[in-house]
Design a protein around this ligand. Sequence first.
Ligand code: SF4
Ligand code: SF4
Length: 447
Amino acid sequence: MSHEPDVLRAPTVDASGKRRWIYPDRRTGRLSRIRGKLAVLLMAIYILVPFSTFRGLPLFRFDVQQGIIYAVGQTFRFSDGFYLVFVILAGALALGFVTSVWGRIWCGYACPQTVFVEWIIRPIEEWIEGTALQRRRRDAGPKNLNYWLRKLSKHALYALVIWVITNAFLGYFVEPARLLTWFSSSPVAHPFAFGFMLLTFGALYFDLVWFREQFCSFLCPYARFQSVMISKATPTIAYDMKRGEPRGKHKDGDCIDCELCVRVCPTGIDIRNGLQLECIQCGRCADACDMIMTNIKRPKGLIRTASEAALEGKKPRRFRLRPAIYLTLLLINIGIMAVALGTRSDLQVTVLRQPKTTYTMMDETHIGNYFSIRVVNRSRDAHPLTVQTDPAVRLICSLCNQVLAPDAEEKGNLVLIVPATYEKSEVELNFGETKVILPILKPGKTS
Ligand code: SF4
Ligand code: SF4
């Protein structure tokens, strides 16, 4: 016998469309202990990464001001869009692979939204305002001094921790030394920076303190994609209907319909209605139900991590096509990226014809072509910019023979002067290992 949900609407919204505040109960168990330990590790990583370096470069930073992305010893400019496409593709394929093998484990265990709400925001609330029942009663009761003092203390603590999270978050985009200057000087001295910090703080405060599970249920696109990534063989947190039904006390199913699994759910759903978009696979319901099963002396695992196929009693398949496809594409993508990075020259030279120019007669026997040159030294060492070309060609180059500082990007002008009798239609310039071929425009050939 199956039980349909009473209404087909999100559990965080009431019949009039208003927000229905969730007061999740907390029960500890095997899964919550694993998640708790992992959360501590992830929070430490999150806070430490902006302050860590690798081979003298930031371990990871998306430096908006300089237009450079630092990632594990490599630097990428915004113009390196080629690599960015592969990085984004690798992220999407990795997520597809993880989801097809382990379901929405990312949401329940590693997503910063879940980690911060579950392991910072809710514990502060529970510490100051008490259990779910106490919080619910207090919110519905008289708004006395005790009520306001608790609310005030809770929000003061929230502000403090979210300020720390905000600064760690900004550290992924701004150099910590600069961040410290923003932080320690008067807002008047850095109105834009201060406004940016306040905006980030406000957005995080709104999201973590008020929006909470609604982000997962209504905003996160991943929840919408999950259905195409998982199959009947993908393990998720699931209710064993065969074992649990018919539910209720003194019926013969194992589910006693205590509804603890619903009361602990941070997104307010009833897992007994089957896999739902709102389920972030946190396992709170499984831990709570295990506790009930222990109390009533039934085997644990009425709610557990299991695939639809396993719940139907089918044997797990050794080979699964969907994860295999994701993994193969991911490995190909990583291979291409590794080759591209391994063969990437330290020097990036881009030469483009100056807009709206063709050629100029420099004198009666020489023709000039005008270009813009942009040079990026991707290495950690100073790099002399030397250039070699056909001896018949004369070069006027504002950057050539200069020494480029590590990680420097320079822009300048380049004029190619060739004899009017020059027969070739292009000129090859060799900047060390980097070769650039430039077409020559001359009388009778202007495009
Ligand atoms: S916690 Fe377990 S026994 Fe209680 S309602 Fe949920 S599934 Fe049934
Ligand atoms: S149904 Fe269970 S696993 Fe899913 S979000 Fe609710 S408590 Fe977490």
